[in-house]
Design a protein around this ligand. Structure first.
Ligand SMILES: Nc1ncnc2c1ncn2[C@@H]1O[C@H](COP(=O)(O)OP(=O)(O)OP(=O)(O)O)[C@@H](O)[C@H]1O
Length: 233
């Protein structure tokens, strides 16, 4: 579904990615883990056209997408739920969903909104509330719901557990498993490596802008060296 090869990217003259290779197969949950500042967010932003790519190939469903505008990439079926959620705080829940809707994917706003509300009943209940009134967990659900408004085939989630209580993190990860079961392929970037590795099929560890390790998520989870480095064991 997604193939990234030799990705080099950065901010102006500051290069932060030095040759990332990764793949996502249809139906998989792939996790990207690594220390603070390793380049996880920059990797996602490069894929979705938000960060400057210096070199490398990015293919989505067999089509090169490097250099396409972000909206075009989303329209092809690749959505990005950003770090920090980026909810429009002064708009209502429903207005935030409308902001995520992309006409031209063959489905109406009402149709997808109903699906999102069925998945997140709390969003239906609070559809006329200001987003700023929602809890952290509810805002994360709204951020995911807004991404789903673009009917993605591949959804990239950046730090979905950030700042949430453990009970809520479990709920969010249950939702991610549900999305996967519904047929959406996923990339999950996480600081919370142990939780992400539990649900993922495949994992990449990024270290200083390079993929240092990759493998089946359970192998990575049980690797003693990685446990010491990333899982606090
Ligand atoms: N807008 C920017 N301008 C310049 N440098 C940036 C910018 N955004 C990120 N960086 C730098 O790029 C490097 C990689 O950052 P990135 O956010 O991709 O890492 P990360 O692994 O996602 O870390 P975190 O978990 O802290 O978000 C860091 O050195 C960071 O300081």
């Amino acid at each position: 579904m997604l193939k990234v090869a030799g990705l080099k990217a950065g901010y102006g003259r500051t290069q932060v990615l030095f040759g990332i290779d990764l793949e996502v197969r249809a139906g998989e949950i792939v996790t990207i883990i690594g220390a603070n500042g390793a380049g996880k967010t920059s990797t996602l932003r490069s894929i979705s056209g938000l960060t400057q790519v210096y070199a490398g190939e990015i293919e989505f469903k067999g089509r090169p997408i490097r250099g396409l505008p972000p909206e075009e990439i989303t329209r092809l079926g690749l959505a990005h739920c950003p770090e920090g959620r980026q909810i429009l705080q002064r708009l209502t829940v429903e207005e935030n969903l409308l902001a995520g809707y992309l006409p031209g994917r063959g489905r109406s706003f009402d149709e997808i909104r109903t699906e999102v509300y069925d998945m997140f009943p709390i969003l239906r209940e609070r559809r006329h509330s200001l987003a700023s009134r929602m809890s952290g967990g509810q805002q994360q659900m709204l951020a995911i719901g807004r991404s789903l408004m673009a009917t993605p085939e591949l959804l990239m989630l950046d730090e979905p557990s950030l700042g949430l209580a453990p009970k809520i993190i479990n709920q969010i990860f249950e939702i991610i498993i549900g999305l996967s079961k519904s047929g959406i392929s996923l990339i999950v970037v996480e600081q919370n490596a142990a939780v992400a590795l539990e649900i993922a099929d495949y994992a990449y560890v990024i270290d200083a802008g390079r993929c240092s390790v990759e493998g089946g998520a359970h192998n990575v989870l049980n690797d003693p060296d990685l446990k010491a480095a990333y899982l606090g064991a």
